[in-house]
Design a protein around this ligand. Structure first.
Ligand code: PLP
Length: 420
């Protein structure tokens, strides 16, 4: 299969002769074997079979294969949230005493995870401006820096990460580049094609698409060479898993096998069969939906951009946007339905405008099938200091807008009346 539309429908699950045409739901915590020996064999090789749904499940496995295929990757592992995906993606590489370098243009929850919670585990995260040049990024790398992290299209500031620039520094320092590709999804951008080693998603957003369930996924390109002396946990026997050597025993995708065998086994934040089934329904229409979100997003952005009460529209597909040139490279098929707008009024007037919207719902969500809006400064980014807010490109008159799949004329009409 070559094209995304086809992969969305057919990757990951092939119906057998006379078998169900739709991917079945394996809603079972456990799996039955004929002999003790067969169970023992799976404990020696975690890829052999499903034994327990805390770390693998046949339905979720189909979804993982589909997402890996869409990202041009070797393997994937689903998690119960995007936060869990971010956390595991880091803990699989870094432990107490290590550092991570992260772009500061990332989701507020990830900033908190990095700056507050990981610190408590002894992992320090350094932040860098997403627009920094290679020399500046290099200057932030220390001998114990174990990965670079960033978002393709940041939430909510919509800054575009020059993936090739960050990949060049990561490569030079023999550390993986992790890219959160939540907003573009693999339909609009495939970070691995630009040099990313690991990709993560909050599948809660466009992938699920219907606001049905929170979820995440970690994707392994299989391209990173861990045999460079910096990652002994990958190259030396894992005593907690019968002496497995991840790079030797699983050369195709040691990163994801280790994440599953060590971290998912211990943390257990794995989705159920039913969750995998629901996520798959979203994925089946992802290619089609991303096209329409991007079309509606651009039309709404153009309308708001010429409105006298709107001070600024931040949408990378607008020609005067700072990231327009990077969008032409990384988001050739569109920039999704997400934008942020800054009104000419103050915080109170901004909130009044939001409350006048009728079709667009006010909710803590984004990248949904229905148009929705949110005031980041008083919600998702509430915990950040003024300095951190500024670093993420947020101000009190800013509204995050997520254009859904309603008819664009109805969406525009709603914004028009709320701006009166
Ligand atoms: N990454 C990005 C870019 C996000 O926007 C979010 C949530 O908004 C997350 C990660 C966290 O995902 P979740 O809410 O599924 O835990």
């Amino acid at each position: 299969m070559e094209h995304d539309e086809t992969k969305c429908l057919h990757s990951g699950y092939t119906p057998q002769n006379g078998g169900p045409g739709v991917m079945p739901i394996f809603q079972s915590t456990t799996f039955r074997f004929n002999s003790t020996q067969e169970i023992a064999a799976v404990f020696d090789d975690p890829t052999k079979a499903h034994i327990y749904s805390r770390f693998t499940n046949p339905t979720v496995e189909c979804v993982e294969k589909k997402i890996a295929d869409l990202e041009n990757a070797k393997a994937a592992m689903c998690t119960t949230s995007g936060q869990a995906a971010s956390l595991i993606s880091i803990l699989n590489l870094a432990s107490s005493g290590d550092r991570i370098l992260s772009s500061s243009a990332i989701y507020g929850g990830t900033i908190n995870l990095f700056a507050v919670t990981l610190k408590k585990f002894g992992i320090e995260v350094d932040f860098i401006d997403v627009d920094a040049d290679e020399k500046e990024i290099q200057a932030k790398i220390k001998p114990n820096t174990k990965a670079i992290f960033g978002e393709t299209l940041s939430n909510p500031s919509l800054q575009i990460m020059d993936i090739e620039k960050f990949a060049a520094v990561a490569n030079k320092n023999q550390i993986p580049l992790i890219v959160d590709n939540t907003f573009p999804t693999p339909i609009l951008c495939k970070p691995i094609d630009f040099g990313a080693d690991i990709v993560i998603h909050s599948t809660t957003k466009y992938m699920d698409g219907h606001a049905l369930q929170v979820g995440g996924v970690i994707v392994d390109s299989g391209k990173f060479d861990f045999n460079n002396g910096k990652f002994p946990d990958f190259t030396q026997p894992d005593e907690s898993y019968h002496g497995i050597i991840y790079t030797k025993d699983y050369p195709d995708c040691p990163y994801i096998i280790k994440a599953r065998a060590q971290l998912m086994r211990d943390f257990g934040c794995y989705p159920s069969g039913m969750s995998g089934f629901l996520l798959n329904i979203g994925l089946e229409t992802l290619a089609l939906r991303m096209e329409r979100y991007s079309k509606n997003g651009l039309q709404l952005a153009e309308f708001l951009n010429q409105h006298p009460k709107v001070k600024a529209v931040n949408y990378p597909m607008l020609k005067d946007n700072k990231y327009y040139h990077l969008a032409q490279k990384y988001l050739k098929k569109g920039a999704s339905g997400v934008m942020s707008i800054t009104l000419k009024g103050d915080k109170d007037e901004t909130i009044k405008f939001m409350d006048k919207l009728k079709l667009a719902s006010k909710e803590v969500h984004v990248a949904d099938i229905r148009t929705c809006v949110l005031h980041p400064a008083s919600s998702t980014h509430r915990q950040l200091t003024n300095e951190q807010l500024k670093a993420c490109g947020i101000n009190p008159s800013m509204v995050r807008v997520s254009a859904g799949l309603e008819n664009i004329d109805d969406i525009i009409k709603d914004f028009e009346q709320a701006l009166l």
